[in-house]
Design a protein around this ligand. Structure first.
Ligand code: G2I
Length: 488
């Protein structure tokens, strides 16, 4: 493996000061932490965070040296997805020889900015290196599982959500699996990949990701839905579904998109809009997508597939939020306004309805060519300035990521109980001789003995049953720590 620098996460940059402000606010017992909800947020990431969500972009490592590009990325987004750098051909170009240089550039940049990372993607029929393309059968199954294990282990603790399996279903009306070399290793290849990913990185959310699963009445959507339902029923580890949501004239934004989001969510998984772009970038359509996500408690993040139109894989469609010069487009203003009009996360647990056992709706012929449906009106109520307290408690689990003579790195997953949290604190007693040297996505008070970690400004809100992750580095040995969590 290359570039070990990522195994020592660094202190976050400019946003660290905000964390200190939050601690002051909490210590003073004031609602300062949430004061920003009263005045509209001015960036996509900040506004999404106020609603317990992220707003991200797919980015490319080779553009991180362009100032216009990186300024937009740092200013607007609180999550990134490597557009190509974590794919199989990039990370394992020769069998069992892993290269993480470009992916590390993105991950390190994200950590330095306090951004989350969506990992994309561990198992896919496309962008396979040559050696894998020519493999079949048990050799391929073993190679795929080795790839999942090695890459997820390498990035353990640094990935918020992994696209474990990408695009496994066929287009068209069959609802069948896509015929690929991976599929030919046996129908259970998807669950095998998810189990390997969970074992390698128990703290990451594990997603199934696909395109054309946005329209609830399409056969492909129902096929993905049935996969997730089956996995949940049989205990196969899956935490989220990624709807790519590449909208264009052949696959337009569907009027039943919100139904699709809420139907997946009702299975007990998060729903993430993972590769959003819209041909022509209609402000109304972008606004509708955001409104639909905000209307579904478990739709916890939106990622646009690129930053400026010229960065897009479909640049001739001008499908993104910034023009080629980096100026905000009308779609940007619509997205920000819609985010700002959204309510804070609910403070009570969503109903835990059992997954429907009835047959899915009848499927219709694929891609209607009609115009997108009318957009829904945005809610007109302003968010309250002080959200109600969360009384459902929280729990925390610690994962030691790395230990070397004299030091260690640990990650902590904080999970909200039966109601949303507005703020949380995790206390942990360190082994004798150990000391915290820095923390990210939280603020540590004290460094030895019993250390208290409190939320950063952007991750105090966790929806009921949802989780967030923070990490810290220390000297000494980090084993045997038992975290306890309190929430308000
Ligand atoms: O195709 C759009 C997306 C559909 N869902 C999965 C995504 O992973 C996929 O992303 C696109 C990237 O945006 C493109 O940038 O995946 C393409 C490949 O399947 C990417 O294109 C590739 C080109 O095909 C290569 O020739 C090029 O070397 O990008 C590579 C890096 O620029």
């Amino acid at each position: 493996m290359t570039d070990q620098s990522v195994s020592r996460p660094r202190r976050r940059g400019p946003r660290a000061a905000l964390a200190s402000a939050a601690v002051v606010a909490l210590a003073a017992g004031t609602a300062l932490l949430f004061a920003s909800a009263a005045s509209a947020a001015t960036t996509l990431g900040a506004s999404a965070a106020e609603r317990g969500r992220y707003f991200g972009a797919a980015i490319a490592a080779n553009k991180l040296s362009e100032s216009t590009y990186v300024n937009i990325v740092n200013r607007e987004f609180n999550s990134v997805t490597p557009e190509n750098e974590m794919k199989i051909d990039a990370t394992e170009p020769q069998q069992n020889q892993f290269t993480f240089g470009n992916a590390d550039r993105i991950v390190n940049h994200a950590i330095s900015q306090g951004m989350a990372v969506r990992g994309h993607t561990l198992a896919w029929h496309s962008q396979q290196p040559g050696w894998m393309q020519s493999m079949e059968g048990s050799a391929l199954r073993q190679a795929m599982l080795n790839h999942v294990t090695q890459v997820a282990t390498y990035y353990r603790g640094k990935i918020d959500s992994w696209d474990v399996v990408n695009e496994a279903f066929d287009d068209g009306n069959s609802g069948a699996r896509r015929n690929s070399n991976l599929q030919r290793t046996g129908n259970d290849w998807i669950e095998a990949a998810f189990r390997a990913a969970r074992a390698a990185d128990p703290g990451a959310k594990l997603c199934y990701n696909d395109y054309n699963i946005d329209n609830w009445s399409w056969a492909k959507t129902q096929a993905a839905y049935n996969l997730v339902r089956d996995f949940k029923q049989r205990g196969v580890p899956i935490d989220c579904v990624g709807l790519q949501s590449h909208f264009n004239s052949g696959s337009p934004y569907p009027s039943n998109y919100r139904t699709t989001l809420s139907s997946f969510a009702a299975l007990g998984v998060d729903v993430q809009i993972t590769e959003l772009d819209i041909e022509g970038a209609s402000a109304n359509t972008y606004r509708s997508v955001v409104a639909d996500c905000l209307a579904v408690a478990r739709c916890n993040g939106i990622t646009v597939w690129g930053v400026r139109d010229c960065d897009s894989w479909r640049s001739s469609q001008n499908p993104l939020l910034f023009d080629c010069s980096g100026n905000k487009k009308p779609a940007y203003d619509a997205v920000l306004a819609e985010l700002n009009s959204g309510a804070p996360p609910p403070t009570t647990a969503p109903p835990t309805t059992a997954p429907p056992t009835t047959a899915p709706p009848p499927t219709t012929a694929p891609p209607p060519t009609t115009a997108p449906p009318p957009t829904t009106a945005p809610p007109t109520t302003a968010p309250p300035t002080t959200p109600p307290p969360g009384g459902g408690g929280c729990s925390a689990a610690v994962y030691q990521l790395d230990q070397w003579p004299g030091g260690f790195v640990a990650n902590v997953r904080v999970t909200a109980g039966s109601s949303a949290t507005n703020a949380w604190a995790v206390t942990m007693t360190l082994p004798s001789g150990a000391a915290v040297t820095n923390a990210w996505n939280s603020q540590a008070s004290g460094s030895t003995g019993t250390v208290r970690f409190t939320n950063a400004p952007w991750n105090g809100r966790i929806n009921a049953g949802q989780s967030t992750t923070f990490g810290f580095q220390g000297t000494g040995t980090g084993s045997g720590m038992t975290p306890s969590c309190s929430a308000s």
